[in-house]
Design a protein around this ligand. Sequence first.
Ligand code: NDP
Length: 366
Amino acid sequence: MQFGNFNINLFLGLLCAVGMCIYATDDVQWITKVRAAGTSHTLVPVLVIGSGPAGLSAALYTARDMIYTVVLTGNEPGGQLLGAKRVENIPGIAPDAGYKIMDSLRAQTASFGVQFLDDTLKNIIRSEDGAYFVVQTGGGTTINALSVVIATGASALTLGVPGEQLYANRGVYTCAVCECRFMKDKEVVVIGGGDASIEAVMHLAPYAKQVTLLVRKDRMRAALSMQEKLAGYKNVAIKYQSELLEVLGDGQEVTQVRVRDAGTGLESNLMVQAVFECIGHAPNSAPFTSLIEIDAQGYIQLEGRLQRTSCPGIFAAGDVADATYRQAGVAAGDGIKAGLDAIAYLRCKGFSESIAVDLKTSYLSA
Ligand code: NDP
C-alpha cells in the first residue's frame, strides 16, 4: 500500500524484522501450525463478520493489501444503513438512499477480490492449537480464519407495538440524526427518557413543527444536565407516564399514534407524522462472549484507540464496539482501522507472500 513515498507493507515488515512488532509473536510455531492446517483445512487470512460500513471498510483495506478476505454478510447484507431513505452525512459521499451507498461500497470492496458469503454466524471458537479461529456458519460451512474482524453492529431496540413494522422507515425510525432534515414542519413523537432520546429531540426540534417526548415513567433516566437542555425549545413538549400503544396511518404514512396515560389509564390519539424510538440499543456481541471481553452493556471492549479486542487476532469495529457515536462514517473509519490492525497482526505473526501462495489452495471457494 502506497501513501506518496510511504509503503505500509515495507514499514510493517521493517518493524517486524527489527523485532519491534507490536504483537507478541511466536512466529515460527505459528507459521508451522498454519502451514500444517492449510494442508487439510479451509483457511482464510481475514474473515470479516458483518457487511455494514465497518465490515466492508475493513475488507476493502485488507483485500487492497493483497490479503485474501472473506466477508460473512449476516442476515441483513448491508447492515442498518439499508433502511435509510436518504443518507447525506457521510463525508465525500453524495446524498443517496442507504441501499445504494451500500451497493456501491460492496462493489468497490468486491473489485479488490473480497469474497462474500451470504450466510450467518453460528459459532466461533479458537482452534485447539490456538493458531486460528474456527467459524461455523448457519448454512453449514466451516471457515478457519487466521484473523477475524467483528463488525456485527447493534440493533436498535423497538417497542413491538402494532403498526411499528408496517411503517418502519416510512414514519417509524430509530435514528433521529439520520432523518431530522426530512421532518421539516412535521409533528413528531420521540419515545424514551434516556440521554439518546434528548439528543434526538435536539436534532429534530430545529426542523419539526412540534416534538413531543413520551416518557413512560414520571421521571427521566437522562442526566439532569441533558434534561435542562430541552428548556430552551418552544416547540418541545414532554409527556410523562405516557406509553405508546399503537402507530396508526393510511397504509402509506403515519398519521397518528395511540397513547395511554399510565397515571389515569386513559387512552388518546396524537396527530403525528413520525415516531422516533430511542429506547436503547443492543450490540450484536452475543456469539463472542466466551472469546473476548465485553462490557456490562454488551459492547466489545477495545484497546485504547486501536480496534484490537482482548483476544489477539480478533478485531472489532462499528456499532458492536461503539456505544457513543453510532454513525456510518465513524463505523467506516473504525473498519479501516480494524483492517489495518489485522494486516499488522498477520504481518507481525509472519504472514508473508510465500505463505499466502502456499495457502491459496485452501482458500474458501463458495
Ligand atoms: P438508556 O438505556 O439510557 O435509556 C433508554 C430509555 O428508554 C430509558 O429512559 C427507558 O425508560 C426507556 N425505555 C426503555 N424501554 C422502553 C419501553 N418499552 N417503552 C418506553 N420507554 C422505554 O439508552 P440511551 O440510548 O438513551 O443511552 C444509552 C447510553 O448512551 C447511556 O449510557 C447514555 O448515557 C449514553 N448516551 C449519552 C449521550 C450523551 O451523553 N450525550 C447521548 C446518548 C446516549 P426507563 O428509564 O423507564 O427504563
